[in-house]
Ligand binder design. Structure first.
Ligand code: G3P
Ligand code: MG
Length: 250
């Protein structure tokens, strides 16, 4: 057994550069990571943006939600100044930018579809658009699509059975223990559980059921080592720079 699980840079190397920006993804590559995780949602005009929150306030110069905004608004946003002056004018990427980055660099990716709260029309559109966007990927074997929104995950999986899915488990969801039937029905490759409250017994059940297990978000090297001992496949971390090269190359 390896000392560490696979290391996935969470929102890029998000302790070194502003999360979910190209700067953070490039930084992940620079520190030797081979996997990045990134969050995707949709704007009112169908633009797929890379962003964690449902509002622009925390990580950009913009205000409010984005379901009533579009590409021209996106171009005006500064997604770096909140993090550091060094990253002023860093743009919010589109999903296509990150997919091209994966192709250009040979990096591997976990695309997380954020629960889309923009209404049924946008929920349909985010899947329709993503299904085509991922066509550009040259290495579909080292690519995962995950979501807490299991309905969206199912819709994506139905359209693209050739792409591996990961069932995200939120420890705050009262039904978080019910991963087995849904993940099995969707033929998921992996379960991605939160670290909070996660037990060795639960990990063992997931592994025994045939799933890979990728735990988020683990910023402690000691905890990563412990999880490796439990047999987990990967961890999402904001601090890939803390891990040895041997762990990062997998
Ligand atoms: O995909 C793992 C992790 O990113 C899920 O939680 O809220 O950071 O997107 P969140
Ligand atoms: Mg995420």
């Amino acid at each position: 057994m390896s000392e560490f699980p696979r290391i996935l840079a969470h929102r890029g190397a998000s302790s070194l550069a502003p999360e979910n920006t190209m700067a953070a993804f490039v930084k992940a590559m620079e520190v030797g990571a081979h996997w990045i995780e990134f969050d995707v949602d949709i704007m009112g005009d169908g633009t797929l943006l890379v962003m964690h929150d449902h509002t622009l306030d925390r990580t950009t110069s913009g205000r409010g939600g984005y379901y009533d905004k579009g590409f021209s608004d996106l171009r005006k946003l500064d997604a770096g100044a909140w993090f550091s002056d060094v990253y002023r004018f860093e743009p919010v990427p589109e999903a296509a930018d990150v997919l091209e980055f994966l192709n250009a660099t040979g990096m591997h990716g976990n695309l997380e579809i954020k629960p889309c709260l923009g209404g049924e029309e946008l929920r349909e559109r985010v899947i329709e658009t993503l299904v085509h966007s991922v066509d550009v990927l040259t290495d579909q074997d080292n690519f995962l699509v995950s979501s807490f929104d299991h309905d969206l995950l199912a819709r994506f999986g139905a359209e693209r059975p050739d792409i591996d899915l990961a069932w995200l488990v939120d420890p705050d969801d009262p039904e978080h223990g019910e991963w087995r039937p849904g993940a099995t029905a969707l033929g998921c490759r992996a379960i991605n559980p939160g670290d909070e409250g996660l037990t060795e017994a639960t990990v063992a059940q997931m592994l025994e059921a045939g799933f890979e297990v990728n735990v988020w978000t683990v910023d402690s090297v000691a905890r990563a080592r412990e999880l490796a001992g439990w047999g987990v496949t990967g961890i999402f971390t904001n601090r890939p720079q803390d891990f040895p090269e041997s762990a990062l190359i997998r």
